[in-house]
Design a protein around this ligand. Sequence first.
Ligand SMILES: Nc1ncnc2c1ncn2[C@@H]1O[C@H](COP(=O)(O)OP(=O)(O)OP(=O)(O)O)[C@@H](O)[C@H]1O
Ligand SMILES: Nc1nc2c(ncn2[C@@H]2O[C@H](COP(=O)(O)O)[C@@H](O)[C@H]2O)c(=O)[nH]1
Length: 198
Amino acid sequence: MSGPRPVVLSGPSGAGKSTLLKRLLRDYEGVFGFTVSHTTRSPRLGEEDGKDYHFVTKETMQQGIDNGDFIENAEFSGNMYGTSTSAVEDVQSQNLICILDVDIQGVKNIKKTDLNPIYVSIQPPSMEILEKRLRDRHTETEESLQKRLEAARIDMELSKEPGIFDVIIINNDLDEAYEKLKEVLFEEITKVQQSKKS
Ligand SMILES: Nc1ncnc2c1ncn2[C@@H]1O[C@H](COP(=O)(O)OP(=O)(O)OP(=O)(O)O)[C@@H](O)[C@H]1O
Ligand SMILES: Nc1nc2c(ncn2[C@@H]2O[C@H](COP(=O)(O)O)[C@@H](O)[C@H]2O)c(=O)[nH]1
């Protein structure tokens, strides 16, 4: 049996990607594995190094990029982010569905690789709701919030490009968005569950 297809979750900052993927990881233990990205941004309250991200300096990140350690990398809102080959291999070697949480540049760069994931865009119902979610999350300064909103406008425009995503989910009601996401991933989830039984 070939391994399950990875899943790329993208969409504007604050749309609800982490909330949805954390639910998947909680509800489907032993089915999904999160690819822990590298970033140069500072950890938020409660974030753990090696679990949420590998928090690194710009120098370390640049060295990794120069060494060819990343399948994709991008600058987002003044910080560097990237998915390492080893993060993907770690998950795939356990025959789990690899979930990647990347911005739109990451999506475009992953399309140049042979990863062959299912591309899912999580979109907010409106810019106003997105802004409220980001403000209520209390993770941003006014300056970084404005940068994220600007990136969100670009993301929302680019995501309309035909063929870029396999599915676009509007995350208005969280439970409904989660049900839709599970439907989209049903075939891959079943594949992993069956392989665990045999
Ligand atoms: N459907 C929803 N209704 C109301 N609030 C939501 C919904 N989905 C997510 N949220 C809240 O919105 C905020 C942003 O969600 P989350 O952190 O999951 O977004 P994200 O897309 O992962 O953002 P980032 O890309 O910055 O990591 C969180 O505080 C989360 O609890
Ligand atoms: N291209 C990549 N984008 C990534 C990666 N990891 C996260 N992200 C995206 O960055 C923004 C901001 O994330 P935050 O945790 O600072 O809020 C968000 O859109 C993520 O999807 C990555 O490895 N590569």
